[in-house]
Design a protein around this ligand. Structure first.
Ligand code: 5GP
Length: 194
């Protein structure tokens, strides 16, 4: 069924390794398309500058487990030793209203969502090269070299898994931010028409 502006509601998954510019792209796409962004639940510690209920719902391990048992999460996964999950209700509300809901989640989560909701449209953001990714991870200045190397190894594994797992409908290379944002918007617009 087609809703707003003759376009159907759509669940969009955006994934990519840390340091690829995924959050910047997601925010820009959200603004341009008037889409909603799902707020994940996580057990990781809040970072400075983050706000509970805005960046994430920060919860205890006990609370997270309860949400899993109650079936309140559309998907969940362990990422870097912490749990992250997508609350189901907001996704269902946005789709019922024919809107676009963006999920910024990892590959394990994307695979679960695609298995449960095959109509979801999944995009994976790649860096122009592995060297660029390492440079970007270092330039964020957030972590020490040991953590950076761990994230780099995890990123390479994630990119390989994304390529082979069959969950992604499209791959976008972020060599130029504006171009990447534009490409993702065009892909989503196309998927809404189908
Ligand atoms: P960060 O802790 O840096 O905010 O996020 C770490 C990773 O967790 C990112 O790759 C992000 O995509 C992933 N992530 C964030 N929220 C969710 C979620 O709800 N589900 C899953 N599966 N991954 C998530």
């Amino acid at each position: 069924m087609a809703g707003k502006n003759n376009q159907k509601g759509l669940l969009v998954i955006l994934s990519g390794p840390s340091g690829v510019g995924k959050s910047t792209i997601t925010q820009a796409v959200r603004e341009r398309l008037g889409a909603e962004l799902s707020i994940s639940m996580t057990t990781r510690d809040i970072r400075s500058g983050e706000e509970d209920g805005v960046n994430y719902h920060f919860v205890s391990h006990k609370h997270f487990k309860q949400e899993v048992l109650l079936g309140n999460l559309l998907e969940y996964a362990e990422v870097y030793g912490n749990y992250y999950g997508t609350p189901k209700d907001p996704v269902e509300c946005v789709l019922a209203d024919e809107g676009v809901m963006l999920l910024e989640i990892d590959v394990k989560g994307a695979r679960q969502v695609k298995a449960r909701m095959p109509d979801a449209f999944a995009v994976f953001i790649n860096p122009p090269s592995e060297e660029t990714l390492l440079t970007r991870l270092r330039s964020r200045g957030r972590e020490g070299e040991e953590i950076i190397q761990k994230r780099y190894a995890a990123a390479r594994k994630e990119m390989a898994e994304a390529k082979d797992c069959g969950a992604y409908d499209a791959f976008v290379v972020n060599a130029n931010l504006e171009k990447a944002i534009g490409e993702v918007c065009v892909l989503i617009a196309g998927a809404r028409k189908r």
